[in-house]
Design a protein around this ligand. Structure first.
Ligand SMILES: NC(=O)c1ccc[n+]([C@@H]2O[C@H](COP(=O)([O-])OP(=O)(O)OC[C@H]3O[C@@H](n4cnc5c(N)ncnc54)[C@H](O)[C@@H]3O)[C@@H](O)[C@H]2O)c1
Length: 420
């Protein structure tokens, strides 16, 4: 596979903000071939196709839309992604960028049609599904990478290297927060991120739980999740404010607060950060990341009309921004780009290493590469990150029980249960 075809399933916010600009940039660099995007209906695809920012940043580049843009933009095609994926040549790449509860059918469809997968977080909502994906992917020698992009923030990678070299001793007590702006409630979220499917912790808290494992290697062993029910503008209920206590395999404790409720008028596109207090033999130590404020203060002469924009802003160049390096277009930079690139390149490498080998030897080679990725632990895979699914299961069990502690039991058949 020299230049894989990449099919994105889902054309919503994450595709607009991160996945498509990253793929366009990779296409411009000659790393991937054609880009296809399929969504429930054509309306979000039309918005992507008409985007002025993409026209400015990626002149002359485009994607194939399924359904195409000539018909009724609102007619739903819930099964269309299956046809589109079935028609792809084998062992190219599918990106799963649909609502959380649809990741599993999209990923299994991709694997059954022999496609490598990049999935936005969380991989799935049940650990058993993560194991099924792991088995299917390994049997076919296919890469599945979970796009926890905070891992590719250099500050996360630096903290991980320093922690693992012993510079901080051992994690004991921490606090993390990620609150998205209030206006998120008005987006398509109100149709799926509702109380019966998800909550603020499941949706965004998983990033910091994943990051604490990524830095320390510790495993989460229990979750108490309290949620405050609130109404979306369409009247649906959502746990839009959550407070979680996550205990870790060494006895450490992390508090995680999440919400769709950060004031729209506040600077920055959200508020977020992580503080970890750690202990050496006879000394305390500290890791503290302010993840929304990266030192920039801008006060504009006028506010643009995009949701959540403010006249005084504190933008971050670290996740994904567009810069002008001369020549045609703009270049997307940041860990949002690097994360997608890392996963797609991992799939390309698995194919390149197996190229030219007889079928059985090629499969064995790809499987060896998968094991290497699992062990390196830089890219989240079903085999090395299914503690995230256990945390989600435990969190969901806890939240519907008013915040009672849900314990995670590892072993041959990991499971969660309320503490008796
Ligand atoms: N920080 C992050 O890592 C981050 C941020 C935002 C979203 N996400 C994740 O990305 C995923 C999508 O979120 P979003 O914000 O883009 O949501 P969204 O609601 O804006 O978009 C969802 C998209 O899925 C499509 N879709 C729904 N059903 C489909 C079907 N049957 N076939 C094909 N397409 C279908 C819709 O048409 C829509 O384009 C979620 O899993 C979310 O958790 C991650």
């Amino acid at each position: 596979m020299s230049k894989p075809v990449v099919t994105v399933v889902g054309g919503g916010m994450i595709t607009n903000d991160q996945i498509l600009p990253a793929l366009y940039q990779m296409q411009r660099l000659g790393l991937i071939g054609e880009i296809q995007i399929t969504a429930l209906n054509a309306r979000p695809l039309k918005a992507l196709a008409d985007s002025e920012l993409f026209a400015r940043a990626f002149p002359g580049q485009s994607f194939r839309a399924f359904p195409d843009l000539s018909g009724d933009l609102d007619k739903p095609y819930p099964e269309l992604f299956q046809e589109v994926v079935a028609k792809m040549p084998p062992r190219n790449v599918v990106v799963a960028a649909v609502p959380d509860q649809l990741h599993f059918p999209v990923i299994m469809t991709a694997l059954k049609h022999n496609q490598h997968v990049c999935s936005v977080k969380p991989l799935v909502l049940k650990v058993e599904q993560a194991h099924e994906i792991e088995r299917e992917a390994y049997a076919r020698g296919l890469v599945v990478g979970v796009e926890y992009h905070k891992r590719f923030d250099d500050r996360s990678l630096l903290a991980r290297r320093r922690y693992r070299s012993g510079a901080f001793g051992e994690f004991k007590l921490g606090t993390a927060a990620l609150l998205e702006k209030w206006y998120y409630r008005h987006s398509n979220f109100q149709n799926w991120c509702t109380a019966e499917n998800s909550d603020a912790f499941t949706y965004i808290g998983c990033h910091y739980v994943d990051l604490v494992h990524f830095i320390t290697g510790l495993l989460p062993v229990s979750v108490s999740l309290f949620g405050v029910l609130d109404k979306y503008p369409n009247g649906k209920d959502g746990y839009l404010w959550t407070d979680a206590r996550v205990l870790w395999s060494n006895g450490a404790c992390l508090n995680v607060q999440n919400a769709l409720g950060f004031p729209d008028d506040a600077p920055g596109s959200n508020t977020q950060g992580l503080t970890m207090y750690c202990a050496g033999e006879d000394k305390g130590s500290l890791i503290s990341h302010s993840d929304q404020y990266r030192g920039l203060k801008y006060s504009y002469v006028r506010k643009d009309d995009s949701p959540g924009s403010t006249i005084y802003a504190e933008p971050s160049t670290d996740y994904l921004q567009y810069i002008d390096l001369g020549g045609k277009g703009l270049v997307p930079v940041g860990y949002g780009y690097r994360s997608v690139e890392f996963i797609v390149k991992a799939a390309i490498r698995a194919e390149t290493e197996a190229e030219g080998l007889p079928e059985a030897a090629a499969l064995a080679k790809r499987q060896q590469v998968l094991k290497e990725y699992d062990e390196a632990g830089v890219m989240a895979t079903p085999a090395n990150s299914s503690y995230n699914e256990l945390v989600i299961e435990a969190g969901r069990l806890s939240i519907v029980n008013g915040g009672r502690e849900a314990v995670i039991e590892y072993g041959d058949r990991p499971r969660v249960r309320l503490r008796g």
